[in-house]
Design a protein around this ligand. Structure first.
Ligand code: DOR
Ligand code: ZN
Length: 345
């Protein structure tokens, strides 16, 4: 059993860094571990233009020390009125790395999301032509579809036809939570990939009701049955290049989580690497963590691998019950618990 693990510096291929005081308080947790991150565009208002992406990137960099070495990779929030010309220009200029598709009303700040994917044909054709990745929040939002089935139904009804209709479009199914999603991605070939979060590797849906209602285990897509968690774990440690690290760290003030209608999102950035190391260790797959965390993502995005390294050691990490972010408490993933791995500074 290795006591220390040195791996190439990883990237986070899906994170919510927020804005304003929240951004100032959370950005450092991501930049401390990761060289780059795909930054989600679901601000209010959402990031829909190259100019807005540039301005947001500047605010992220301003929230970090000048020598952080961190590179935010920006995304364009797709709406029903998304403009293929703006997207292509933003991609060519390096302002956008990818586009994010939120089905309307699927999650936090998704009211401006896409109500019918058929309205996006021109956009998707453009993205396919310029080889720009499409990142998908894969849940249907129909009220008659059970909350726990929304991802599997999305794969069947929306994703499978999309993959068939756009045979060269590169797609990332974000934060997968089900055996169906893992299986679809595995068999779809190189151009379809998936990110996997710490919480979907570590929690099943019992966590939502563990002795009482647990708002800090609530994220979207919601955590699923144990058999799905096990399927997601198998995918992550399988060695398949189609699966890579994306935390979906999504901080909300404690008051917005512990509420009558609490927000979805788990703030896992503070101990993301320790969480993933714990999972890969439990699966006897520490030798595959580097590919998952540091190689499969850049290879999919056609970006160079990072050159630096990070060190993880087998040692106790005590996770605080809450973290003060700009004067409000945010409760991190594993609050008050002890993890068996530690990122060496
Ligand atoms: O749990 C989530 N929180 N899932 C999402 O898709 C969005 C995110 C957020 O922005 O809070
Ligand atoms: Zn997200």
């Amino acid at each position: 059993m290795p006591e220390r693990l040195t791996i190439r510096r990883p990237d986070d291929w899906h994170v919510h860094l927020r804005d304003g005081a929240m951004l100032a308080g959370v950005a450092g947790f991501t930049a401390r571990q990761f060289a780059r991150a795909i930054v989600m565009p679901n601000l209010a208002p959402p990031v829909t233009t190259a100019g807005a992406a540039r301005a947001y990137r500047d605010r992220i960099l301003a929230a970090l020390p000048a020598d952080s070495g961190f590179t935010p990779l920006m995304t364009c929030y797709l709406t029903d009125n998304a403009d293929p010309g703006e997207i292509a220009r933003g991609f060519a200029a390096g302002d956008f790395t990818a586009c994010k598709l939120y089905p309307a009303h699927a999650t936090t700040n998704s009211a401006h999301g896409v109500s019918d994917i058929r309205a996006l044909t021109d956009v998707l054709e453009t993205m396919q032509r310029i080889d720009m990745p499409l990142l998908i929040h894969g849940e249907v939002t129909d009220r008659d579809v059970d909350m726990f089935d929304r991802e599997a139904v999305f794969v069947d009804r929306i994703l499978a036809p999309l993959v068939a209709d756009f045979p060269a479009l590169r797609i990332v199914l974000e934060h997968i939570t089900t055996a169906e999603a893992a299986q679809f991605v595995e068999q779809a070939g190189e151009r379809v990939a998936a990110t996997i979060t710490p919480q979907h590797l570590m929690l099943n849906r019992n966590a939502l009701f563990d002795g009482g209602l647990r708002p800090h285990a609530y994220c979207l897509p919601v955590v699923k049955r144990e058999r799905h968690r096990l399927a997601i774990r198998r995918a992550a440690v399988s060695g398949s290049a189609s699966f890579f690290l994306g935390t979906d760290s999504a901080p909300h003030d404690v008051a917005r989580k512990e509420a009558d209608c609490g927000c979805a999102g788990i703030f896992n950035a503070p101990h993301a690497l320790e969480s993933y190391a714990t999972v890969f260790d439990e699966e006897g797959a520490l030798d595959r963590l580097e590919a998952f965390a540091s190689e499969n993502g850049p290879n999919f995005y056609r970006l160079p691998l990072n050159t630096g390294t990070i060190i993880l050691e087998r040692a106790e990490t005590i996770v605080p019950p809450a973290i003060d972010i700009g004067g409000s408490d945010v409760v991190p993933f594993h609050a008050g618990r002890t993890l068996g791995w530690r990122l060496v500074e």
